[in-house]
Structures are given as structure tokens and as C-alpha cells.
Design a protein around this ligand. Structure first.
Ligand code: GTR
Length: 330
């Protein structure tokens, strides 16, 4: 007990020691958080608010630090690290979550949502809770959902206006076999690859294209190399604020409530910044000379996805009701 030597009852230090002991762990928790995006990106702004809020409201019992730009590893690695408690929190796109939590693959089915508003309605309600429950079984406590807009195809070759334009194209996708099927259904060849490798791969011709929302297309400078962005809106994938279950379980009920509220509040901030950044990014890439084209007959792309759905449902019959429940949400 040398650490307490000389502390008088009632002193500031004694009070601090009592507060720490009351936290259940006996010491402040320095949380490390994974973020793939750069400073100033909507998700980064929101995660930083989350970290500050948690630090302030727990009076330093929990002190989250956000590590930006994916410096703590690729998304699939970071999901593993959060599951085993090596990382304490993260903002994950639900795409690479599928290989770990199969139910979340439903969110990666092309055109599963009719729009971003419907996606939020689904995720903020009881269906979203079903995804959180499935993730909790794998060591991830999902507390709120961020916006990630709609993902569209972009490439270095030509505008895509119909599925046959994708024929023979090498397209980078996130780590999930569903996306390999999705690109194959359009006649292209998909290459799963870490986000951080895409710019160089586009530049050197290792791939011809990729797919993402406007803010990521812009923030990564992919638009400098891939000059054709075709508005297919084929994926609307939410993102979570996730806490490692190992870190969550160490918190008192009171601190869990503080962390939960901070995550929900950060999602409100993220969605507001997201809407603004999406428009700003579109303007920026257009001003930089990127050819952005609408796709007139999106139903041709949707029809091409029928075999992807059929294969998925055959392999996952238990998830069919989740698909129909999402589609029935208006
Ligand atoms: C972004 C998303 C990232 C990451 C990236 C990618 O839109 O916010 O989490 O998933 O796409 O394509 O890898």
C-alpha cells in the first residue's frame, strides 16, 4: 500500500483514489480506438466528440484516444483486435463484419435498402437491435450507427451506364465474399484489398476501379486517378460505434450508460457532418474534372443481382426473414 502512504483522509488524492476504486477496476481505463479516416472526416469529428464526452462525463475514469488513418491496422485486423480486447473501441463499416458475424452480411446485399433514410429507420429500430445482438455474441458491443452514404462504382477506364460496361474490369472490394459475387454478376473481377492500398493499385493499374461513397472517394484522392464515377448506389452500408466486450464488461453500469449515450450523441453529429461532406465532396471531385454520370436504368443492375441473392439465401436460409423484414420497412 505504499501508493497510499501519507495520504490524509479527506485530501484531494484520497478522494481521487476512492473514485477510481468505485469505478470497479481500481484504475483509469485508457482506451485505444481504431479509426480508418483522416482528421476532419465526419466520422473522425464524431469519434473525437465521443472520446471527449466519455472522458469528461466519467471524470477521467475512462479515457478514450482515437487513432486515425488506420494506423492501428486494416479493418479486418482491427475487428479481430477489438474482439479479443487488444483495442477498446472502433468505428467499423459493416461490410468487413460479415465474415465474423454472418447475420450482418444481410447489410451487404446490393440494393437491400431503398435509400439512406430507410437504412437509418431499420438500424435505429428493432432490426438494428438484432444485428447488435449477433455482434455481442462475437465480442463486439455496437452502441450506435453512423451514416456511410451510398457506394457507387468508379474507375480509370470509362463511364458505367449498364452492367456490360463492368465486363472484364478489375474492381477492388472490401473484405467480403459477397462483393466478389456482386462484381462477378456484372462480369467483372473483384479483388478484396485493404482500403489503404487502393490508391496505389489504381495508379499502377493493378486494379481498374473500386467503389465507395463520395467522401471516401474524395478524402483518399482516388478521384485523382479514377476519373469516372458512375452513380450506381448499389450498397448502403451502415457503420457502427463498437466497444470491445472485454472493455465494456469492466465498466460500472453508470459508466456503461455514459459511454452508450456518448456513442448515440456522436452518431447525431456524424450524420449531420456526413450530409454536408457528401455534398462538398461531390462538388470537389466534379470541380477537379471527374466525370460523374447517373445510371438511367438501375433496374438492369438490380436484376443482375438476383443470382447473388439466390446463392446467399440458399447458403443462409435462416437469414431470409431478416431480408424480408428489412424490405418491408417503409
Ligand atoms: C469507407 C468506410 C471505411 C472503409 C472504406 C473501404 O466508406 O467508411 O470504413 O470500409 O470505405 O472501402 O474500405
Amino acid at each position: 500500500m505504499t501508493a497510499f502512504h501519507g495520504i490524509r483522509p479527506g485530501s484531494v488524492l484520497a478522494a481521487a483514489a476512492i473514485t477510481l476504486l468505485a469505478s470497479g477496476t481500481g484504475q483509469a481505463a485508457d482506451w485505444r480506438g481504431w479509426n480508418i479516416h483522416p482528421p476532419g472526416y465526419p466520422n473522425t469529428i464524431a469519434l473525437e466528440q465521443f472520446a471527449k464526452d466519455v472522458t469528461d462525463k466519467t471524470q477521467g475514469r475512462v479515457k478514450p484516444t482515437v487513432y486515425n488513418n488506420g494506423v492501428l491496422g486494416s479493418q479486418p485486423d482491427a475487428i479481430e483486435q477489438t474482439r479479443n480486447g487488444a483495442l477498446d473501441f472502433a468505428n467499423f463499416n459493416m461490410g468487413p463484419m460479415g465474415p465474423i458475424v454472418p447475420a450482418t452480411n444481410v447489410l451487404s446485399l446490393p440494393f437491400i435498402f431503398s435509400g439512406e433514410a430507410q437504412m437509418h429507420k431499420v438500424m435505429d429500430g428493432p432490426i438494428g437491435q438484432r444485428f447488435s445482438d449477433a455482434m455481442a455474441k462475437e465480442g463486439l458491443v455496437a452502441l450506435s450507427w453512423y451514416d456511410s452514404g451510398s457506394r457507387s462504382l468508379y474507375n480509370t477506364k470509362r463511364p458505367v451506364t449498364e452492367p456490360k460496361d463492368v465486363n472484364g474490369m478489375k474492381v477492388r472490394v472490401m473484405n467480403n465474399d459477397l462483393y466478389v459475387d456482386m462484381i462477378a454478376a456484372l462480369g467483372g473481377n473483384a479483388t478484396p484489398m485493404a482500403f489503404g492500398e487502393v490508391y496505389q493499385s489504381l495508379k499502377t493499374g493493378v486494379i481498374d476501379g473500386a467503389e465507395n461513397n463520395y467522401p471516401s472517394f474524395e478524402s483518399t484522392n482516388h478521384y485523382e486517378v479514377a476519373r469516372f464515377y458512375s452513380v450506381t448506389n448499389h450498397l448502403i452500408i451502415p457503420e457502427c460505434v463498437c466497444i470491445a466486450k472485454a472493455s465494456w464488461d469492466k465498466l460500472t453500469a453508470g459508466d456503461q450508460e455514459i459511454v452508450r449515450k456518448a456513442a448515440v450523441d456522436s452518431a447525431v453529429v456524424q450524420r449531420k457532418h456526413w450530409a454536408e461532406r457528401s455534398m462538398a465532396s461531390l462538388e470537389k471531385v466534379k470541380a477537379a474534372g471527374v466525370q460523374v454520370n447517373e445510371v438511367k436504368d438501375i433496374s438492369a443492375f438490380q436484376a443482375a443481382m438476383k443470382p447473388v441473392y439466390a446463392k446467399f439465401i440458399k447458403a443462409n436460409p435462416d437469414l431470409e426473414s431478416l431480408i424480408t423484414d428489412i424490405q418491408a420497412t417503409k
